[in-house]
Design a protein. Structure first.
Length: 244
Protein backbone atom coordinates (compact mmCIF):
# COMPACT_ATOMS: atom_id res chain seq x y z
CA UNK A 1 0.00 0.00 0.00
CA UNK A 2 1.17 3.49 -0.81
CA UNK A 3 1.29 6.07 2.00
CA UNK A 4 0.16 9.53 0.89
CA UNK A 5 -0.29 12.90 2.55
CA UNK A 6 -3.92 13.76 3.19
CA UNK A 7 -5.22 17.21 2.23
CA UNK A 8 -3.89 19.81 4.62
CA UNK A 9 -2.69 17.19 7.08
CA UNK A 10 0.66 16.90 8.77
CA UNK A 11 0.62 13.14 9.12
CA UNK A 12 1.27 10.60 6.41
CA UNK A 13 -1.57 8.10 6.18
CA UNK A 14 -2.46 5.19 3.99
CA UNK A 15 -5.23 5.33 1.40
CA UNK A 16 -6.14 1.68 0.94
CA UNK A 17 -9.78 2.22 -0.09
CA UNK A 18 -11.03 1.84 -3.64
CA UNK A 19 -14.51 3.36 -3.70
CA UNK A 20 -16.94 1.35 -5.85
CA UNK A 21 -18.93 3.89 -7.86
CA UNK A 22 -22.16 1.94 -8.11
CA UNK A 23 -24.20 4.75 -9.64
CA UNK A 24 -26.54 4.66 -12.62
CA UNK A 25 -25.10 7.53 -14.65
CA UNK A 26 -22.30 10.07 -15.01
CA UNK A 27 -24.21 12.92 -13.35
CA UNK A 28 -24.73 11.01 -10.09
CA UNK A 29 -21.14 9.78 -10.17
CA UNK A 30 -19.57 13.18 -10.71
CA UNK A 31 -21.78 14.76 -8.06
CA UNK A 32 -20.50 12.21 -5.54
CA UNK A 33 -16.85 12.34 -6.62
CA UNK A 34 -16.85 16.14 -6.42
CA UNK A 35 -16.56 15.82 -2.65
CA UNK A 36 -13.62 13.40 -2.75
CA UNK A 37 -9.88 13.80 -3.30
CA UNK A 38 -7.32 11.52 -4.97
CA UNK A 39 -5.35 11.82 -1.71
CA UNK A 40 -8.17 10.05 0.15
CA UNK A 41 -9.00 7.10 -2.08
CA UNK A 42 -9.02 5.46 -5.48
CA UNK A 43 -12.11 4.72 -7.58
CA UNK A 44 -13.69 1.67 -9.20
CA UNK A 45 -15.99 1.62 -12.22
CA UNK A 46 -17.87 -1.60 -12.86
CA UNK A 47 -20.11 -3.03 -15.56
CA UNK A 48 -23.28 -1.03 -14.87
CA UNK A 49 -21.65 2.38 -14.87
CA UNK A 50 -19.26 1.62 -17.74
CA UNK A 51 -22.10 0.30 -19.88
CA UNK A 52 -24.06 3.48 -19.20
CA UNK A 53 -21.22 5.97 -19.71
CA UNK A 54 -18.42 4.31 -21.69
CA UNK A 55 -14.76 5.40 -21.63
CA UNK A 56 -15.54 9.11 -21.32
CA UNK A 57 -16.28 8.99 -17.60
CA UNK A 58 -13.20 6.85 -16.91
CA UNK A 59 -11.01 9.35 -18.73
CA UNK A 60 -12.63 12.30 -16.95
CA UNK A 61 -11.92 10.81 -13.53
CA UNK A 62 -8.33 10.03 -14.49
CA UNK A 63 -7.93 13.63 -15.66
CA UNK A 64 -9.07 14.72 -12.19
CA UNK A 65 -6.13 12.79 -10.73
CA UNK A 66 -7.85 9.60 -9.55
CA UNK A 67 -6.43 6.12 -9.96
CA UNK A 68 -9.23 4.12 -11.62
CA UNK A 69 -9.84 0.40 -11.30
CA UNK A 70 -11.79 -0.72 -14.38
CA UNK A 71 -13.68 -3.68 -12.98
CA UNK A 72 -15.19 -5.38 -16.05
CA UNK A 73 -14.06 -8.93 -15.20
CA UNK A 74 -13.16 -9.94 -18.74
CA UNK A 75 -13.79 -13.60 -19.61
CA UNK A 76 -13.53 -14.58 -23.27
CA UNK A 77 -11.19 -16.10 -25.80
CA UNK A 78 -7.55 -15.04 -25.30
CA UNK A 79 -7.35 -12.57 -28.20
CA UNK A 80 -10.57 -10.78 -27.22
CA UNK A 81 -9.43 -10.32 -23.63
CA UNK A 82 -5.96 -9.24 -24.74
CA UNK A 83 -7.42 -6.53 -26.99
CA UNK A 84 -9.79 -5.38 -24.24
CA UNK A 85 -6.88 -5.02 -21.83
CA UNK A 86 -4.93 -3.06 -24.43
CA UNK A 87 -7.91 -0.71 -24.84
CA UNK A 88 -8.11 -0.29 -21.05
CA UNK A 89 -4.41 0.56 -20.99
CA UNK A 90 -4.93 3.23 -23.63
CA UNK A 91 -7.61 4.79 -21.41
CA UNK A 92 -5.00 5.12 -18.68
CA UNK A 93 -6.59 2.92 -16.03
CA UNK A 94 -4.60 1.88 -12.99
CA UNK A 95 -6.10 -1.61 -12.57
CA UNK A 96 -8.07 -3.93 -14.86
CA UNK A 97 -9.32 -7.43 -14.15
CA UNK A 98 -10.40 -10.70 -15.71
CA UNK A 99 -11.83 -13.98 -14.44
CA UNK A 100 -8.97 -16.32 -13.53
CA UNK A 101 -11.37 -19.12 -14.51
CA UNK A 102 -10.72 -18.08 -18.13
CA UNK A 103 -7.49 -20.02 -17.91
CA UNK A 104 -3.77 -19.67 -18.49
CA UNK A 105 -3.80 -18.83 -22.21
CA UNK A 106 -6.30 -16.00 -21.69
CA UNK A 107 -4.34 -14.47 -18.81
CA UNK A 108 -0.98 -14.82 -20.54
CA UNK A 109 -2.38 -13.13 -23.66
CA UNK A 110 -3.68 -10.25 -21.53
CA UNK A 111 -0.33 -9.78 -19.77
CA UNK A 112 1.53 -9.86 -23.08
CA UNK A 113 -0.86 -7.32 -24.65
CA UNK A 114 0.01 -4.62 -22.10
CA UNK A 115 3.65 -5.56 -21.44
CA UNK A 116 5.08 -2.72 -23.54
CA UNK A 117 2.48 -0.06 -22.78
CA UNK A 118 4.20 3.02 -21.35
CA UNK A 119 1.62 3.51 -18.57
CA UNK A 120 0.94 -0.16 -18.05
CA UNK A 121 -2.10 -1.00 -15.90
CA UNK A 122 -1.76 -3.71 -13.31
CA UNK A 123 -3.80 -6.78 -14.18
CA UNK A 124 -5.79 -8.80 -11.66
CA UNK A 125 -7.38 -12.23 -11.82
CA UNK A 126 -10.79 -12.55 -10.20
CA UNK A 127 -10.88 -15.69 -8.09
CA UNK A 128 -14.19 -16.60 -6.40
CA UNK A 129 -16.74 -13.80 -6.13
CA UNK A 130 -17.42 -12.72 -2.56
CA UNK A 131 -21.14 -13.23 -3.21
CA UNK A 132 -20.58 -16.97 -3.72
CA UNK A 133 -20.82 -19.63 -1.03
CA UNK A 134 -19.70 -23.26 -0.95
CA UNK A 135 -23.25 -24.26 -1.91
CA UNK A 136 -23.10 -22.06 -5.01
CA UNK A 137 -19.81 -23.66 -6.08
CA UNK A 138 -21.10 -27.17 -5.41
CA UNK A 139 -24.02 -26.46 -7.74
CA UNK A 140 -21.48 -25.53 -10.42
CA UNK A 141 -19.57 -28.77 -9.95
CA UNK A 142 -16.79 -27.71 -7.53
CA UNK A 143 -17.01 -30.09 -4.58
CA UNK A 144 -14.29 -28.55 -2.43
CA UNK A 145 -14.35 -25.43 -0.28
CA UNK A 146 -14.16 -21.93 -1.82
CA UNK A 147 -10.72 -21.42 -0.24
CA UNK A 148 -9.25 -24.32 -2.22
CA UNK A 149 -10.46 -22.92 -5.54
CA UNK A 150 -9.24 -19.43 -4.65
CA UNK A 151 -5.74 -20.76 -3.92
CA UNK A 152 -5.63 -22.73 -7.17
CA UNK A 153 -6.81 -19.85 -9.36
CA UNK A 154 -4.62 -17.27 -7.60
CA UNK A 155 -1.51 -19.39 -8.13
CA UNK A 156 -2.45 -19.81 -11.78
CA UNK A 157 -2.95 -16.05 -12.16
CA UNK A 158 0.52 -15.35 -10.79
CA UNK A 159 2.09 -18.04 -12.94
CA UNK A 160 0.34 -16.54 -15.98
CA UNK A 161 1.95 -13.13 -15.45
CA UNK A 162 -0.78 -11.19 -13.68
CA UNK A 163 0.05 -8.70 -10.93
CA UNK A 164 -2.49 -9.85 -8.37
CA UNK A 165 -5.97 -11.12 -7.72
CA UNK A 166 -9.35 -10.04 -6.49
CA UNK A 167 -10.26 -12.24 -3.54
CA UNK A 168 -12.20 -12.27 -0.30
CA UNK A 169 -10.29 -10.86 2.65
CA UNK A 170 -10.95 -14.20 4.32
CA UNK A 171 -8.44 -15.75 1.90
CA UNK A 172 -5.91 -12.89 2.06
CA UNK A 173 -3.65 -14.35 4.76
CA UNK A 174 -3.40 -17.67 2.97
CA UNK A 175 -2.67 -16.08 -0.41
CA UNK A 176 -0.11 -13.72 1.10
CA UNK A 177 1.68 -16.76 2.52
CA UNK A 178 1.40 -18.68 -0.76
CA UNK A 179 2.26 -15.94 -3.23
CA UNK A 180 4.57 -13.49 -1.48
CA UNK A 181 4.65 -9.84 -0.52
CA UNK A 182 4.68 -8.32 -4.02
CA UNK A 183 1.51 -9.99 -5.34
CA UNK A 184 -1.45 -7.59 -5.11
CA UNK A 185 -4.50 -8.65 -3.13
CA UNK A 186 -7.59 -6.53 -3.78
CA UNK A 187 -10.46 -7.41 -1.49
CA UNK A 188 -14.15 -6.56 -1.92
CA UNK A 189 -16.73 -7.46 0.72
CA UNK A 190 -15.34 -4.93 3.21
CA UNK A 191 -17.74 -3.69 5.84
CA UNK A 192 -17.40 -1.28 8.77
CA UNK A 193 -17.64 -2.83 12.22
CA UNK A 194 -21.11 -1.38 12.84
CA UNK A 195 -22.47 -2.28 9.37
CA UNK A 196 -25.28 -4.82 9.59
CA UNK A 197 -24.88 -5.75 5.92
CA UNK A 198 -28.07 -6.48 4.06
CA UNK A 199 -26.67 -6.81 0.54
CA UNK A 200 -25.45 -9.68 -1.64
CA UNK A 201 -21.94 -10.01 -0.17
CA UNK A 202 -21.36 -13.15 1.89
CA UNK A 203 -17.64 -13.45 2.70
CA UNK A 204 -16.92 -10.10 4.38
CA UNK A 205 -14.43 -8.49 6.80
CA UNK A 206 -13.68 -5.11 8.43
CA UNK A 207 -10.97 -2.82 6.94
CA UNK A 208 -8.56 -3.28 9.84
CA UNK A 209 -8.88 -7.06 9.80
CA UNK A 210 -8.56 -7.26 6.03
CA UNK A 211 -5.31 -5.27 5.99
CA UNK A 212 -3.96 -7.23 8.93
CA UNK A 213 -4.69 -10.40 6.96
CA UNK A 214 -2.56 -9.17 4.06
CA UNK A 215 -4.88 -7.24 1.74
CA UNK A 216 -3.35 -4.34 -0.19
CA UNK A 217 -6.54 -2.56 -1.25
CA UNK A 218 -10.10 -2.55 0.05
CA UNK A 219 -13.06 -2.23 -2.32
CA UNK A 220 -15.90 -0.46 -0.53
CA UNK A 221 -19.15 0.76 -2.03
CA UNK A 222 -22.27 1.35 0.02
CA UNK A 223 -20.54 1.93 3.38
CA UNK A 224 -19.03 5.03 1.76
CA UNK A 225 -21.34 6.03 -1.09
CA UNK A 226 -24.41 5.92 1.18
CA UNK A 227 -22.71 7.53 4.18
CA UNK A 228 -23.91 10.91 5.42
CA UNK A 229 -20.29 12.12 5.29
CA UNK A 230 -18.21 9.94 2.92
CA UNK A 231 -15.04 11.99 3.47
CA UNK A 232 -15.26 11.48 7.24
CA UNK A 233 -15.67 7.74 6.73
CA UNK A 234 -12.64 7.63 4.43
CA UNK A 235 -10.51 9.68 6.80
CA UNK A 236 -11.55 7.41 9.67
CA UNK A 237 -10.57 4.29 7.74
CA UNK A 238 -7.23 5.81 6.66
CA UNK A 239 -6.40 6.83 10.20
CA UNK A 240 -7.51 3.54 11.76
CA UNK A 241 -5.64 1.38 9.28
CA UNK A 242 -2.48 3.51 9.52
CA UNK A 243 -2.55 3.14 13.29
CA UNK A 244 -3.11 -0.60 13.01
Amino acid sequence: MNPLMLDGGAATERRPVIVALDFADAAQTLAFVRGLSPQLCRLKIGKELFTATGPALVEQLITQGFDVFLDLKYHDIPNTVAQACKAAAQMGVWLADMHAGGGRRMMEAAAEAVANVRERPKLLGVTVLTSMTAADLHELGWTGEPQELVRRWAALAKDSGLDGVVCSAQEAALLRQDLGADFLLVTPGIRLADDAGGDDQRRVMTPENALAAGADYLVMGRPITRAADPVAVLRGINQATAAA
